[in-house]
Design a protein. Structure first.
Length: 216
């Protein structure tokens, strides 16, 4: 089967892997980086194949060496793996592989799934779920979050696959504000302190795990 595929496949789209921000880079090195290298080997076996990789805009938080010593929601094993994946893709391109990278943001569903993300794991949808449970959401002023509906991401990848000159790096996204969430789910918008008090009262265990100083 491997030989058959190696002789017939034209394009590989790598969209597999965990999206857990608590896993260490050691875990992702085995799960994602190692498998990417095996896919690169496959791309050069029998015939050359194009490789399209779904990455993450979170990889862009690493700009300086000291960033790799920071710990936080985005400075974690997942983001480090995505940073490595991004740069491995660039190295593969220099080696003659047609490698393409997509810096995706929070992936949501489309209107048919009420914009739920594929596994309800991303923090954006969890924020929405808590808001729905409280029957209200909080005022975040003009803050907007970058997201990408799954169908938009899929169309971006497919269009690039069949493009005459495929782009090496793409970052498909739209931005969503709290006002958009409130309108979509018919939720009143209240000041952050009021929302925080309601959440603390309903979910007493959560404040021990979350830094409440900044709502977003």
């Amino acid at each position: 089967q491997y030989t058959l595929l190696a002789n017939t496949v034209d394009v590989i789209i790598n969209a597999a892997g965990s999206t857990n921000h608590t896993y260490s880079y050691r875990y992702y090195r085995s799960e994602s980086v190692g498998s990417l290298l095996r896919l690169a080997e496959f791309c050069l076996t029998c015939r050359k194949k194009a490789l399209h990789i779904i990455g993450s805009a979170g990889s862009e938080v690493y700009k300086r060496k000291r960033d790799f010593y920071r710990l936080g929601f985005f400075h974690c094993g997942y983001s480090r793996m995505k940073w490595v994946t991004r740069h491995v893709t660039e190295l593969l391109a220099k080696q003659g592989i047609s490698a393409h990278h997509y810096l995706s943001t929070f992936v949501l569903g489309n209107h048919n799934t009420s914009y739920k993300d594929p596994g309800l794991d991303y923090s954006f949808w969890q924020m929405v779920m808590f808001s729905i449970a409280m029957g209200k959401t909080f005022d975040a002023e003009n803050v907007r979050l970058p997201v990408v509906p799954g169908n938009v991401l899929a169309k971006t990848v497919i269009n690039n696959v069949f493009a005459k000159n495929p782009a090496r790096v793409l970052c498909p996204m739209i931005t969503v504000g709290i006002c958009d969430v409130a309108r979509r789910f018919n939720l009143p918008v209240v000041p952050w302190p009021e929302f925080k008090r309601s959440l603390n009262s309903a979910y007493s265990v959560i404040p021990n795990r979350i830094n409440w100083r900044k709502p977003l």
